[in-house]
Ligand binder design. Structure first.
Ligand SMILES: O=P(O)(O)OC[C@H]1O[C@H](O[C@H]2O[C@H](CO)[C@@H](O)[C@H](O)[C@H]2O)[C@H](O)[C@@H](O)[C@@H]1O
Length: 267
């Protein structure tokens, strides 16, 4: 299971620092590469995976920001890449999906691990879990599977036990990923940090200062990499001592406001 290391409590980005960062990205876009998580970062969390909404204007703002950065903006998400594309249709951003284990390169080619027969069998068995535990929701993401208990938090231990059995049956090539009211089985071939690193090796991301925004355990790999590269790691949410991110924004609306402000400044 992927775990965050405990460091210091993430600091809120002071008004001054936000203003400086916004001004810097607005006036010197060629210096920065921006990486956004989706759920809980760009979008407000919802009761179920399909209940999320993309606020009016966000897709166009992301597209405009990407244009401003000459394309150096990527989404790095636990969602399947194909699902993330539908959220921001008709725009197609560089996206790393399934926690970085599938990644679309600039030429459109997608790198992903092929599911094993053992994993497909496990996924089929997990699909029946709600029969034993009503309220639990199984999300089939193709190459990964998530079991959500947001609507039945009292079943967290049962889900944990079922997923420990499932990951043992899935065999090599898979790992358990903890998230917000969810446990997932995903390929172990990469993580969000490695996906971000791969983007940083390519134009137009190469040579730029990475800025990563995220809210969940899966984003810690991104924060670790960004910190090591001298970039800026920003945790979204309440203060916490279990993130490697060095800065904090309070909620997704603050991220969306920051994007809108950068765009206003560069006009
Ligand atoms: O890396 P992310 O883009 O943040 O994706 C992480 C997971 O997000 C989704 O689950 C979470 O958001 C749901 C909708 O708000 C919420 O109901 C759930 O409790 C959260 O865990 C998504 O369903 C997962 O597949 C992603 O891995």
């Amino acid at each position: 299971m992927t775990n965050a290391q405990t460091t210091e409590i993430s600091e809120p980005l002071p008004r001054e620092t936000i203003a400086n960062l916004i001004a810097a990205i607005a006036s010197q876009p060629e210096r920065y590469a921006l990486f956004f998580d989706i759920d809980g970062t760009l979008l407000d969390l919802a009761e179920t995976p399909d209940a999320i909404t993309v606020p009016n204007g966000l897709t166009d703002d992301l597209k405009a920001l990407s244009h401003h950065l000459d394309g150096a903006l990527a989404l790095v998400t636990g969602r399947a890449l194909s699902y993330a594309d539908t959220l921001f249709f008709p725009h197609r951003f560089p996206i790393a999906g399934l926690h970085g284990t599938e990644r679309r390169m600039l030429d459109g080619q997608i790198i992903r691990a092929e599911p094993t027969a053992e994993f497909l069998d496990v996924k089929q068995r997990l699909a029946t879990l709600p029969e034993s535990f009503p309220g639990v929701l199984v999300e089939d993401k193709g190459g990964a599977v998530a079991v959500h208990f947001r609507q039945v938090p009292e079943l967290a231990d049962h889900v944990g036990e079922a997923m420990r059995v499932a990951i043992a049956k899935a065999g090599p090539g898979y790992e358990l990923q903890r998230g917000k009211m969810v446990l997932e089985i995903r390929p172990d071939s990469a993580d969000k940090g490695r996906a971000l690193d791969a983007y940083l090796a390519e134009a137009p991301f190469a040579g730029r200062i990475p800025v990563a925004f995220g809210d969940d355990v899966t984003d810690e790999a991104m924060f670790k990499l960004v910190n090591a590269k001298g970039g800026i790691s920003i945790h979204i949410g309440a203060p916490t001592d279990s993130t490697l991110a060095r800065k904090r924004l309070s909620k997704p609306q603050a991220v969306r406001d920051m994007i809108a402000t950068i765009l206003r400044k560069q006009l």
